[in-house]
Each structure stands twice: as structure tokens, then as C-alpha cells.
Design a binder for this molecule. Structure first.
Ligand SMILES: C[S@@+](CC[C@H](N)C(=O)[O-])C[C@H]1O[C@@H](n2cnc3c(N)ncnc32)[C@H](O)[C@@H]1O
Length: 197
């Protein structure tokens, strides 16, 4: 299983606000592009892929939306509006949830009121964690086991204390080169690297 976690620090946890912020400096398109490139290929979806989108601009709890490619049904297209619509639907379904609850939204999609830190602590139990960072080990030098989990951010960098916490969980930094890429472009290159092995 390939797992991706996108920490979207600027993304609102209210569905209507999310949709209304398209085109603004919040850059919610990052969520749609990451979802698209993690899960879809032309005329199909990728097997054995999970992506977590962690939305953190919130008055209460972060919302972590989990998409599992093998279980998802038709999501009504893969244009940005359709993808953001799916994300907004999961946010709407999370209304009124208490801390660290989970709710099913639709086939292959669930939403949790769990923070990025708690999520990665849980994932660390059965995944090898990799923080995508331009100063890491070149990805082609890394040997992967069966359950790699790649950690990415939106346009706001990972805080230094989070990076220290990730290190304590055994996370390794991996680079895709010196050029700063979008998270969604990193996802494409990670898939490519794993596909060609
Ligand atoms: C647009 S970048 C984040 C930009 C942010 N201002 C920063 O300084 O980290 C989005 C994500 O892609 C990762 N990323 C971008 N280029 C990369 C590269 N060449 N190698 C590895 N990860 C990369 C970043 O680490 C981040 O998780």
C-alpha cells in the first residue's frame, strides 16, 4: 500500500468556506491536485493507494479526510470542482463531531477529527514514514518496504518542532531534487519512482 498525507495548514474545515476560497491565497486547489495525482491514472484509478488530506484552518479540530482508491466509487469527474466538492462533502459530514471521532462519508471516504501529529503517530505503527524535503536523501537511493507513507505540506512549510517529532517517530527525509515542486508533482514523481522498481 502507498500512503500519502498532505498537511494543508491553510485549508478551511468548513465546506462552504473551502469552496468559496477557490482562487484565493488559501490555494485549496493543492488539495484537488494531490487527490487527483495520488489516486487516478487515465481511465482508471491506482490500486493500493490511500491519501489523507489534513485540513487545519479550523475553529475546533483539524479534519483528516481519508480516501482509499480501491473502495471509492465514481466521484463524479476529476475536475477541480468535482474533487473539491467531494472534500467539501466530507467536511459537511463532519459537522458536530467531537475530538478524535471518525465518520464514514461514502464508499472509500471517511473523515476524522484528528490532528496531523496524532495521525502520523498512528501511521508510524505500521508504515515507514518519509518526509518530502529538498534536503533529504535522493529518493532513488532509498530502499522501500511494503507500506511507505509520504508526508507533504501545502504552501506552508512543516514547523520545525513537527519535524523533530517526526524524526523521533523514525521518519526519514527524501528529496526529489533541488527544485521546489508542488505537493501534487511530488506525488507523481513518487509514484513513478515506485512504479519503475
Ligand atoms: C510547495 S512545497 C512547500 C513549500 C513550502 N514553502 C516549503 O518551504 O516547504 C509542497 C511540498 O512539496 C515538498 N517538496 C517540494 N519540492 C520538493 C523536492 N524537490 N523534493 C522533496 N520534496 C519536495 C515540500 O517539502 C512540501 O512538503
Amino acid at each position: 500500500m502507498r500512503t500519502f498525507v498532505l498537511r494543508a495548514r491553510a485549508a478551511p474545515t468548513d465546506g462552504k468556506t473551502l469552496l468559496a476560497s477557490v482562487g484565493s491565497e488559501v490555494h485549496v486547489e493543492i488539495l484537488a491536485h494531490a487527490l487527483m495525482n495520488a489516486i487516478f491514472v487515465a481511465q482508471s484509478h491506482r490500486p493500493d493507494v490511500v491519501i489523507y488530506l489534513v485540513l487545519e484552518s479550523t475553529p475546533d479540530y483539524s479534519r483528516t479526510i481519508r480516501f482509499e482508491a480501491d473502495v471509492m466509487r465514481d466521484i463524479g469527474g476529476f475536475d477541480e470542482r468535482a474533487l473539491l466538492g467531494r472534500i467539501a462533502r466530507a467536511l459537511d459530514a463532519s459537522a458536530g463531531m467531537g475530538k478524535e471521532e471518525t465518520r464514514a462519508v461514502e464508499a472509500g471516504v471517511s473523515v476524522q477529527t484528528i490532528s496531523f501529529e496524532r495521525l502520523v503517530q498512528r501511521l508510524a505503527a505500521d508504515h515507514a514514514l518519509y518526509v518530502m524535503d529538498r534536503k533529504g536523501l535522493p529518493i532513488h537511493e532509498q530502499v522501500f518496504d511494503e507500506n511507505p507513507c509520504f508526508l507533504l505540506t501545502d504552501h506552508i512549510p512543516m514547523p520545525k518542532n513537527t519535524l523533530r517529532g517526526l524524526e523521533r517517530l523514525g521518519a526519514k527525509k527524501l528529496t526529489l531534487g533541488s527544485r521546489m515542486l508542488f505537493a501534487s508533482q511530488c506525488i507523481v514523481l513518487i509514484h513513478h519512482e515506485l512504479d519503475r522498481r
